[in-house]
Design a protein around this ligand. Structure first.
Ligand SMILES: NC(=O)c1ccc[n+]([C@@H]2O[C@H](COP(=O)([O-])OP(=O)(O)OC[C@H]3O[C@@H](n4cnc5c(N)ncnc54)[C@H](O)[C@@H]3O)[C@@H](O)[C@H]2O)c1
Ligand SMILES: O=C(O)C[C@H](O)C(=O)O
Length: 329
């Protein structure tokens, strides 16, 4: 099996550490590079390097180590940045996380411009457009290789659908597209398209609305349960490891379908949108349309457009303003 070099940026954090462990266990990973500003990061690398799997693992700490960490990487996964506390929206993280993502993607543009880049840092609806603008400014943007990771929304939807289906289907056998973005009402699960077909046929319209709301608010459910101690980390690491496996299979030549937040023309006026995409060796080789929507889903799509467009525009404006400030300095 071909092996790949994978980097985790933000590797010492709540998501970064368990994600790095799961990647150390992935036989498609030959070299695992861990990067974080936290001084513990080389130690996290040593710790994981003792796991008896074939890959090597090295931890890099501090800003000077970013380029050595990234050089030669095929896949870069970014969970760097601050998480929410109760009462905050994901957009409340923008002021800190936008700058973090900008700096890290500038490193990718220099050191591994052909890598697949998977962004977890919130607000994903804005950080992915930020990454795109940085890659464009450096002349290395390939829209097929940039992804916002929305896999946790799909993982939750699979799990919650299986609960509602009263044991007629296992969570891992549920197929459900979750489209739109990754924040509140912009998360739109298409329950009318669930497979196996009919597994939710006993649900009333009120049940469908409640299930949709639970999927949309699941991140907040975790934030409140952790009561100031952060947001989803373990389920996110699990979801990101699934997405990473799909990327590595695609890089190996397989064709894999995943939902992801990508550069898109699926919905007019929204340059980034999550939907099913076909991953192949060059990245997102096809971005699938939405298929038939129920009237409730159609209304949800109408409702999410303004918020998602605002978040995309905010990311683009952040990079323009930073470039303007740099030029006049
Ligand atoms: N996309 C999703 O579905 C999803 C799910 C859960 C969390 N998140 C987001 O993931 C991010 C991380 O969450 P967490 O719980 O792991 O947070 P955390 O605070 O536990 O870890 C974040 C890590 O990032 C590191 N970091 C900060 N600035 C950095 C920089 N400039 N370069 C490299 N590393 C840096 C920190 O040192 C820390 O180790 C948050 O923004 C959170 O909202 C997204
Ligand atoms: O909810 C959050 O702030 C973290 C993440 O986006 C999630 O969906 O769990």
């Amino acid at each position: 099996m071909k092996g790949f070099q994978v980097a985790v940026l933000g590797a010492a954090g709540g998501i970064g550490q368990p994600l790095s462990l799961l990647l150390k266990l992935n036989a498609r990973v030959s070299k695992l590079h861990l990067y974080d500003v936290a001084p513990i990061t080389p130690g996290v690398g040593v710790d994981l390097s003792h796991c008896d799997t074939s890959s090597t693992c090295v931890g890099f700490a501090g800003q000077d180590a970013l380029i050595p960490c990234l050089t030669g990487c095929d896949l870069v996964i970014i969970p760097a940045g601050v998480p929410r506390k109760p009462g905050m929206t994901r957009d409340d993280l923008f002021n800190i996380n936008a700058g973090i993502v900008k700096t890290l993607v500038e490193g990718i543009a220099k050191a591994c411009p052909n890598a697949f880049v998977a962004i977890i840092s919130n607000p994903v609806n804005s950080t992915v457009p930020i990454a795109a603008e940085i890659l464009k400014a450096n002349g290395v943007y390939d829209k097929r290789r940039l992804f916002g990771v929305t896999t946790l929304d799909v993982v939750r939807a699979r799990r919650f659908v299986a609960e509602k289906a009263n044991g007629v289907v296992r969570p891992e056998d549920v197929d459900i597209p979750v489209v739109g973005g990754h924040a509140g009402k912009t998360i739109l699960p298409l329950l009318s398209q669930v497979a196996p077909a009919g597994c939710l046929s006993q649900l009333s319209q009120a049940d469908v609305q409640a299930l949709t709301a639970r999927i949309q608010d699941a991140g907040t459910e975790v934030v409140e349960a952790k009561a100031g101690g952060g947001s989803a980390t373990l389920s996110m690491a699990y979801a990101a490891a699934q997405f990473a496996e799909s990327c590595l299979r695609a890089l190996s030549g397989e064709s894999v379908v995943e939902c992801a937040y990508v550069d898109s023309t699926v919905v007019e006026g929204l340059n980034f949108f999550a939907s099913k995409v076909k991953l192949g060796p060059t990245g997102a080789e096809e971005v699938f349309g939405l298929g038939p929507l129920s009237p409730f889903e159609q209304e949800g799509l109408t409702q999410l457009k303004a918020e998602l467009k605002g978040s995309i525009d905010k990311g683009v404006a952040f990079v323009s303003a930073a470039a303007g400030a740099h030029a006049s300095a």
